[in-house]
Write a protein that binds this ligand. Sequence first.
Ligand code: NCD
Length: 341
Amino acid sequence: MNLAPASTKAWHRKHLLGIEELTREECAAILDTADSFSEISSRSRKKVPALQGRVVFNLFFENSTRTRTSFSLAAKRLSADTQDFSAATSSLSKGESFIDTAKNIEAMGADVLVVRHSTPGAPHLLAQHVKASIINAGDGAHEHPTQALLDLLTIRRAKGKIEGLTVGLVGDIAHSRVARSNIHALNKFGAHVIVCGPPTLVPRSMERLGCEVAHHLDDVLPRLDVVNALRIQFERIHKGFIPFPSVSEYLHFYGMTIERMRVAKPDLLILAPGPINRGVELTPEVADGPNSAILDQVTNGLAVRMAVLYLLSGRTHPHPHEHEAHAAGIKPGRTAEHHAE
Ligand code: NCD
């Protein structure tokens, strides 16, 4: 019995640090494995012993609701032991360094460290200093790989494909790690990406990442199959720099409203990584409307994080303990060939 979809053979990495360095096949391996894991979440007993005995540590130095909870739950569904680390109440406040903190946590037997930090490259630094697997759960404005993967999975499920779609990333692109990871991921799968927002938040130089830059949402809206409404990252914007005159002007020019839905394609898919600011990036009618897949993203995020934890734990390659596969309760899922987009 196969432990997971055939495409997981493409996965050989110890860490997940960013989408940029992954191949399309590696991304597909995660998405296909996530498809297999989704079935587990629909069972009444939502638990398999795949990572029994493994220890997953959440090291979050920045706020999080969805991502941290999603990683914890994903690890628990795979029967790993999980532990949350809170920077606010740790010895960091007594001067202990980031690397020393991580090394101490590793000394308690952590196999995987899920790291969120406001400094770009912080997870990459840890990967050089500890033996555990590192998962980047967001590093400053750099990357947020699992968010991009769950966005891809949500698009693939809703549209049946990714290749050939036109995806608009709307809002604060300059300070968004979600935007950067999405651009890399969507390009690998052959989607056309348009980044759209005020010039203060969408510099022309973004074209270098392989996307179209637009400053007028109404001009590009009719071409879009997907809108991913990104939050203004006020925490990354320098004090005194005002990227747009007022919230009502932002909504007027860039917000997804019912009026804009009327001129968009009827099957326009609405995504948002959350937290959403109702009445800023999108109005409640759109956030809760029939085109919105915002809560599907949260559900898919759990499956993606289970897939990532599983693949990093190196249990996908043919090994002598086939009975483990059976015990893990994982059914072979769809293969990369099914998604040869
Ligand atoms: C995103 C993040 O933290 O980068 N949120 C998330 O992970 N769910 C986007 C955001 O905070 O706007």
